[in-house]
Design a protein around this ligand. Structure first.
Ligand SMILES: [Zn+2]
Length: 127
């Protein structure tokens, strides 16, 4: 989506988070049938874990034009984390996406939709 630099008029972004296996089994074939792609936000510690996308699934998605972005490493509620844990969640996820798939992404889908800029509880809210 971001690779094009400019969205076409009336653009729609399809975003699936968590990287569940049922995305691959149910949604992916339907999207393909209609010539659509989507963005999938994966929890990197869940790759190859039962019920979640495997490395092979993700490679297939990438080869078919799907975009993979970060949904952190372990899906914590980010406002609850200290600075060190927050850095780990973001950096580890980016590192794994780069090492396993060659993905260089700065895109992050916040787990549980919670956003809080560090140290400012008034900014917490749903995205
Ligand atoms: Zn999630």
């Amino acid at each position: 989506m971001l690779r094009l630099g400019k969205a076409p008029e009336r653009a729609v972004i399809l975003l699936f988070d968590d990287g569940y296996k049922d995305f691959y089994n149910a949604a992916y074939p339907i999207l393909q049938k209609h010539g659509l792609t989507a963005t999938v936000a994966v929890i990197t510690e869940k790759i190859d874990v039962g019920g979640y996308l495997s490395e092979a699934d993700i490679n297939e998605l990438l080869n078919n034009g799907f975009e993979i972005v970060s949904h952190t490493h372990s899906h914590p509620q980010l406002p609850n984390l200290g600075a060190e844990s927050l850095h780990f969640e973001l950096a580890e996820s980016q590192k794994i996406l780069k090492e396993k798939f060659g993905i260089d992404t700065k895109a992050l889908v916040y787990p549980v939709g919670k956003l809080q800029l560090h140290g400012d509880s008034s900014r917490e809210g749903l995205l």
